[in-house]
Design a protein around this ligand. Structure first.
Ligand SMILES: [Zn+2]
Ligand SMILES: [Zn+2]
Length: 446
């Protein structure tokens, strides 16, 4: 009798778990028509980083309609004259953990070339006063639609969870540090420090219907370095009377390659790219200086610190070898707007993978390789990763398209490409299911 009761009890638990999984999918499907309309509306009205006025108002309106207590225009940039369009929606439901759910809201200065009926034709002036086209070329529009869907579902499913959800509509993911601005504005002081932080991003080479995730480091530390190579200019015909910064720059650029190839443990990923070099005005003038711009990508903090120091040492060493006077040594400036690496807490990742496999099927959840890209989602887990966080991927590409590109040995349009747009369905639905089921797992009340 005891045994059969246990069997009944456990099968009831299984039934209720299954019922919840089905109800997440059903509820997501019922919200889809209105979310697809919202997605297309946001897609055709993209706004650049730091200018997300219309988008933020729309997200705020939808979070309010979903039952959140909403704060608008939240956050503070380092530049005091910039208005921050952060949207914070708090959904309280009794005692329990606090979970942060983040979407980004900004678009990019890209001229859309997708041919979609709802393609953007928006143009604006960028912060330097240049005329630019604007496009949601990173899929943040799909994130917002899935984020709004998640808020709606969790409101409907209040009986299944308890605690507090902080929905964060983040501006300026692509530039000027939106996550940082929210934290500087007192996100955790005002709304509470979360027990967990969750984010998602569409993936331009993962098939729609799938969730992908990387345990541990998933995105890199990103540092921008300005390197001014100084010499002593003069006539191009009399190089012996100069210290030529052009030749010295060439030496430095080659020597920088040895950071990754000779100085670094090959098991620690490092990228040092010189993306820009400018110097001189004319064939026969040796300039006084050459300006280089570098992007530096690493994972571990100690590797980051060492690589940045290596750049300075190599630049100065090359300058000394070229007999540049001590007061004309290269100037190395590491910009303050560097991003920390995004680290997916391995235990939390494992827990969520198990949930997603149950709801989507084993074959639709992929462990994917990390990348050397950057994401300011990292900021939410704090520099010491003390808030367990996971930033997962939502597949966004038609599987037939992936197969066709593979057959033709072509690269799929990447994020930020003028030809990139997620397939809205089922990408948005899977985003909602992935985020909602993750929150329910962390906040389940039974
Ligand atoms: Zn992007
Ligand atoms: Zn993005």
């Amino acid at each position: 009798m005891k045994i059969s009761l246990a069997v009944v009890a456990s099968s009831l638990t299984v039934c209720s778990v299954l019922a919840q999984e089905n109800s997440v999918e059903k509820a997501a499907i019922s919200e889809l028509p209105s979310l697809l309309a919202i997605y297309k509306d946001i897609h055709s009205h993209p706004e650049l980083s730091g200018h997300e006025q219309r988008t933020a108002a729309l997200v705020a309106k939808e979070l309010r309609a979903a039952g959140c207590d909403v704060t608008e225009n939240f956050g503070r940039y380092e530049q005091p004259n910039l208005k921050c369009y952060g949207v914070i929606g708090v959904m309280k439901n009794g005692n329990g953990p606090t979970v942060l759910v983040r979407t980004d809201m900004d678009a990019l200065p890209v001229q859309e070339d997708t041919g979609l009926p709802y393609a953007s034709s928006v143009t604006t002036k960028n912060d330097d006063g240049m005329d630019v086209h604007v496009m949601h070329a990173c899929g943040h529009d799909a994130h917002m639609a899935a984020f709004i869907g998640t808020a709606r579902l969790l409101q409907k499913m209040r009986e299944d969870w308890s605690g507090t959800i902080i929905f964060v509509g983040q501006p300026a993911e692509e530039a000027i540090g939106g996550a940082n601005a929210l934290l500087r504005g007192g996100l955790y002081n005002r709304f509470g420090k979360p027990s967990f932080a969750l984010g998602f991003h569409d993936k331009a080479d993962l098939q729609t219907g799938h969730i992908g995730v990387t345990p541990g480091y998933t995105y890199a530390n990103v540092d921008s370095v300005n390197l001014t190579v100084r010499g002593e200019g003069g006539h191009g015909a009399y190089p012996h009377k100069t210290k030529d910064p052009v030749v010295l720059s060439a030496e430095i650029i080659n020597a920088l390659q040895t950071i990754a190839s000779r100085e670094n443990n090959p098991l620690d990923p490092v990228v040092v790219t010189v993306g820009s070099i400018h110097g001189g005005t004319k064939h026969n003038i040796i300039p006084d200086e050459v300006k280089l711009q570098l992007t530096v990508r690493t994972y571990k903090p100690e590797v980051r610190e060492r690589v940045l120091a290596d750049i300075e040492r190599i630049a100065k060493g090359c300058a000394m070898a070229a007999d540049v006077p001590a007061d004309r040594m290269p100037v190395v400036e590491v910009q303050k707007d560097g991003l920390p690496a995004t680290y997916n807490n391995p235990d939390l990742t494992k827990r969520l993978v198990a949930v997603w496999k149950k709801i989507l099927g084993d074959a639709n959840v992929d462990i994917v390789d990390p990348t050397m890209g950057g994401e300011d989602f990292a900021e939410y887990s704090l520099p010491d990763h003390s808030i367990p966080a996971v930033d997962f991927h939502i597949g966004a590409v038609d599987p037939e398209k992936i197969a066709q590109y593979k057959k033709e040995k072509k690269e799929l349009p990447s994020l930020h490409s003028s030809k990139f747009a997620p397939v809205p369905e089922p990408t948005i639905k899977v985003g909602i299911i992935g985020m909602t089921s993750a929150v329910l797992e962390l906040m389940k009340s039974k």
